[in-house]
Design a protein around this ligand. Sequence first.
Ligand SMILES: Cc1cc2ncn([C@H]3O[C@H](COP(=O)(O)O)[C@@H](O)[C@H]3O)c2cc1C
Ligand SMILES: O=C(O)c1cccnc1
Length: 357
Amino acid sequence: MLESTIAAIEPPDESAMAAARELQGRLTKPAGSLGALEELSVRLAGLAGACPPPLPEPAAVAIFAGDHGVHAQRVTPWPQEVTAQMIGNFLAGGAVVNAFARQAGAPVTVVDVGVATPLPDAPDTAAGGLPRLVVANVRRGTRDLTVTAALTRDEARAAVQAGTRVADELLDAGARILVTGDMGIGNTTPAAALIAAFTGADPAETTGRGTGVDDPTYAHKVDVVRAALRRHDPDPADPLGVLAAVGGLEHAALTGLILAAAARRRPVLLDGVIAVSAALAAVALAPAAVGALVAGHRSAEPGATVGLRHLGLDPLLDLGLRLGEGTGALLALPVVTGAVRVLHEVATFDSAGVAEK
Ligand SMILES: Cc1cc2ncn([C@H]3O[C@H](COP(=O)(O)O)[C@@H](O)[C@H]3O)c2cc1C
Ligand SMILES: O=C(O)c1cccnc1
């Protein structure tokens, strides 16, 4: 199943890109005046194989949640139970991601792909507007990657496939763009390890303060990432092996979501450092998947910048966010829609009777 998804991912359609570039040049604005939006519109035309590409509406947010054995190494000050408790908050509509999703008009799906502690009772989602919960728990949290591989290869594959299934469901239901979200206390540590493994950057460059650790904890966290890489020596040519050795269940599921969307020529709006680490795995598995990726924002986590550089992606927003959940990506959604809307709605010099220079 994963192999057929990967095989279906094609490079961008050059003629649709050329048509979008040409159309941008005829619209009633100075050439290039929409800056990064112009190149984004060209990329989305290439992905869709059409000019103009479809408006990315409606969007759908998928928040993948998992726990982490490396939590035992005190890489985060928060108790592990907060992952499950925040799922309760998401399902009740009370988290930051819910506020931003309501603003964007995007439904939220919360996926338990590897939470370790019991989930709180879900509120009655029939009430309308509240997120849906999908239970696809592969195991109750990863193993401690400083001691052993975080996941078996089969577990990593199962988590990737959970992500592809969720993407397929959301796209079948009519979503035209997928927005990535994550929840998992401790998950910036495996993200830093994945980014170091796929880019070759030093753990000191890929590790950040996550929820806001103090100086001694930060130094320890860098050591933990360094020790994990030394122990497992993950091979970037074996992306599933990297995800298994030093990844997380939500990271692997996000990799699957990206691959499935790319296979169906639909864009994925990336949130923060967890999404970037998953994107590196997806692009290692299928290089052409990069054509489906839009970087929503530049997370304050330094690994996100290292990963985006490796992917050749420029983030749309740079607001110093360091939350995750999908928050930064949701704020960028109107920018993506605007970039495409220009190709649909703006008059040409010819049609509007506006003189050219
Ligand atoms: C209340 C709360 C809400 C969150 N929402 C997202 N995260 C974010 O912070 C966590 C990663 O940071 P670290 O690796 O330092 O633990 C993840 O759960 C991520 O989604 C949160 C964290 C907390 C505490
Ligand atoms: O940017 C992120 O994705 C992020 C940053 C800190 C904590 N959790 C997530």
